[in-house]
Design a protein around this ligand. Structure first.
Ligand SMILES: C=C(O[C@@H]1C=C(C(=O)O)C=C[C@H]1O)C(=O)O
Length: 286
């Protein structure tokens, strides 16, 4: 089995037990930013992976959702941020760089511009991972959408990535908070999916291992925060707050936020009409 993993710290709580050998997983783990994993799943190069929520909706016939697993927030997410020189409402006609690593956040950003900020910027896909952010000192970009670890680093004024970037932004928008303000709902950025044509027993074994690993992770957020802080240079306090604001369980309210987001994307013609289909997990065992 080939299993995808995003190397951002927001995945530590799901893979932590597996990484430490506490939960056996008979699979090869393949790391990639969300859009890389989306593409690999779309091509059948992975059996099970975390993907952008929008990747599921883009081709829901192809996938089965893994129950009880997601990356969600109910309010501020802290790692999906629009950094802007001017208020978002004034970005019409200006260049907004959107992270090429992201699919969900780009769609959410576009919905917010259309319905909340009522402005039509020019979206420019670009590299917004930490190495690129650290180097991008000067360009004609009025705002940039940054996700994952790089977004956390850019918000820490004394972090080398923020220092290297050399620019500060007077207007910073947290997309989890903006969605919550708009709809009152949690937001699901990422889901785990299996290929429909991978044997169900094999996907179930991976699912059961990821659930056990995630359960370990939820019990050890302090240890994982310390690891996240060491690996990113983001302070322990910020990593703790970050993990406290995320959830990985796909609760009922999360599902409501997910379906509301996908409903709005369907209405806008951004994803095909689809349905939710879950891997039948009754036998997964704990
Ligand atoms: C909260 C986050 O969620 C992510 C955002 C994704 C997207 O925008 O497509 C996909 C996976 C998650 O890693 C983040 O990376 O900051």
């Amino acid at each position: 089995m080939r299993v995808g993993r995003i190397p951002y710290i927001n995945c530590y709580p799901v893979y932590g037990g597996v990484d430490r050998g506490l939960v056996p997983l008979d699979a090869t783990l393949i790391d990639g930013v969300p859009t890389t994993l989306n593409r690999m799943m779309a091509q059948g190069a992975l059996d099970v992976s975390v993907v952008s929520a929008v990747e599921y909706a883009r081709d829901s016939e192809r996938y089965l959702l893994l129950p009880e697993l997601a990356i969600s927030c109910d309010g501020p997410v802290r790692s999906v941020m629009l950094f802007s020189n001017v208020p978002a409402e004034e970005l019409g006609g200006q260049r907004v760089l959107v992270s090429r690593s992201s699919m969900t956040s780009v769609h959410l950003l576009e919905l917010l511009f259309e319905h909340v900020w009522k402005a039509a910027p020019e979206f420019v896909p670009g590299n917004a991972e930490a190495d690129a952010v650290a180097a991008q000192a000067s360009d004609d970009i009025a705002a940039r959408l940054v996700i994952g670890d790089a977004a956390l680093m850019l918000q820490s004024a004394d972090h080398p990535v923020a220092q290297g970037h050399g620019r500060s932004y007077p207007y910073v928008y947290d997309l989890g908070a903006e969605w919550k303000r708009w709809t009152g709902l949690p937001f699901v950025f990422a889901v785990w999916v299996a290929q429909r044509n991978t044997p169900v027993e094999d996907s179930l074994k991976v699912h059961a291992a990821l659930i056990r690993s995630r359960d370990w992770g939820l019990q050890h957020l302090d240890e994982l925060s310390a690891q996240a802080s060491r690996n990113t240079g983001v302070s322990l306090r910020e990593c703790r707050e970050y993990f406290a604001g995320l959830d990985w369980r796909l609760t009922m309210p999360d599902l409501e936020g997910l379906t509301e987001f996908l409903r709005r994307l369907e209405l806008a013609g951004r994803v095909p009409k689809g349905k939710l289909a879950f891997l039948p997990s009754a036998q997964a065992g704990r």
